[in-house]
Design a protein around this ligand. Structure first.
Ligand code: ADP
Ligand code: GN1
Ligand code: MG
Length: 374
């Protein structure tokens, strides 16, 4: 299959036949709105019943060691499934991802073209959302990600593979931006001078969490590292966050980055790629709801972490803004894009979100204090 092209029906049929699923292939279609992997919903007829599966091509330009990613994911999902079973949870395979092994017993299939594929049980009766629908939903999202952090907290020995080293290291992300500006390979820096200046003006804050981490004031934990709103599946009936997905980046990290990324995506009043910036701001009602849900579940937080919750939302939003900007300058090689300038639009929304959070910083801090006190 052509690099980054969409798979045909025949290819999907052949690829799925590498996995331990039975019955007859009916169809497959592209699925979801993730920026990294290529995702397909694949439907089989099994004994006359329609069964869906989730087939994904791992982006091996982003995850250069797909076998390590899958080794982590197998460990994480089995660990969670064991815990859920021990708790007597019914429907374990709706409450965590379940990896379907290949016919050779491997957690990933390496095809003849060099692509890496994985298969999951399809979680039915639950949905992901690109934009937040209600404060109640935001609270459930905060609670779900806190629950996930609790579940994986003891996965420390051996240490999980670092699937993308320095993933949320804002200082290194800023250095990469500066290198991309210096190179300006596509002569695009002139289009984003305002955005570059905005980022540069805040550079003195980029090392804040890293420094506190080095001093031992903020601990390393096992974290998800990609807690955007559409990486948690919400039950269509109850609205509860039942299954945290997109586990490629589960690895040692800071709980604060997970909290921050929830706030980045689930307090946004508009889409991540909204072009009308007047619609883009961070909603305090959503922030309050996430903080409540998260703090209720995250009883493990240390004083150092508690002090930085509100700041983490600004920092991670800035970090993702820097990454969109860098990708634009580098020719849109990392994030999937659907139109020219897509990464600039995304960068602009992130910087607008940072501004909105800065403007409301005192109120956000007060909300955190109240949520922690509950
Ligand atoms: P990406 O890394 O590209 O964001 P994800 O793993 O988040 O890919 O998957 C993309 C989308 O596919 C998700 O937002 C979700 O809607 C859907 N999805 C992923 N895994 C499952 C699953 N096991 N069952 C049902 N839908 C899923
Ligand atoms: C990517 O895979 P997805 O779409 O859930 C990215 C995140 C960014 C996010 C921005 C592995 O997440 O880090 O925050 O886009 N994932 C990776 O929307 O880089
Ligand atoms: Mg995703």
């Amino acid at each position: 299959m052509a690099e980054l092209g969409k798979a045909t029906q025949q290819e999907l049929k052949e690829l799925s036949s590498a996995f331990q699923i039975y019955g007859d292939f009916i169809e497959g279609c592209p699925y979801g709105s993730g920026h990294i992997n290529d995702t397909y919903k694949v439907t089989y007829s099994v004994g006359g019943a329609r069964m869906n599966y989730l087939l994904q091509r791992i982006n091996h330009h982003v995850f250069t060691q797909p076998a390590n990613v899958q080794s982590n994911i197998l460990r994480v999902t089995r660990h969670i499934a064991d815990k859920l079973r021990a708790q007597g949870v019914e429907d374990v395979s709706r409450n965590t991802l379940t990896v379907i092994l290949t016919k050779d017993g491997e957690p990933v299939y390496h095809d003849a073209d060099g692509n890496w594929w994985r298969m999951y049980i399809f979680v039915e009766g639950a949905s992901t959302y690109d934009q937040i629908q209600s404060a109640q939903q935001a609270e459930l999202v905060g609670e779900a990600f806190a629950g996930f952090q609790n579940m994986v907290a003891d996965l420390t020995n051996p240490r999980l593979h670092e699937t993308i080293p320095h993933f949320h290291n804002t200082v290194k992300r800023y250095e990469a931006l500066q290198a991309a500006i210096a190179k300006d390979a596509f002569n695009r820096a002139k289009d984003v001078a305002t955005e570059i200046a905005y980022v540069e003006a805040r550079a003195n804050t980029f090392g804040r969490l890293l420094e506190r981490c080095e001093k031992g004031e903020i601990p390393e934990r096992v974290t998800h590292n990609d807690t955007k709103l559409n990486n948690v599946m919400l039950d269509d009936k109850t609205g509860r966050g039942i299954c945290v997905i997109d586990l490629d980046t589960v690895m040692p990290g800071l709980a604060l980055y997970d909290f921050g990324d929830m706030c980045r995506t689930a307090t946004a009043n508009a889409a991540e790629d909204e072009q009308d910036l007047s619609k883009v701001y961070s909603r305090l009602d959503m922030f309050e709801a996430i903080a409540k849900g998260y703090c209720r579940g995250a009883k493990f937080l240390t004083p150092g972490e508690k002090e930085e919750l509100a700041f983490s939302a600004r920092l991670i939003t800035m970090t993702i803004g820097i990454r969109f900007l860098t990708d634009y300058l580098q020719g849109d090689v990392y994030f999937h894009v659907k139109r020219p300038g897509h990464n600039v639009d995304r960068c602009r929304t992130q910087l607008k979100m940072v501004q909105s959070m800065e403007d409301q910083a005192d109120k956000m801090e007060a909300i955190i204090q109240a949520a922690l006190a509950e």
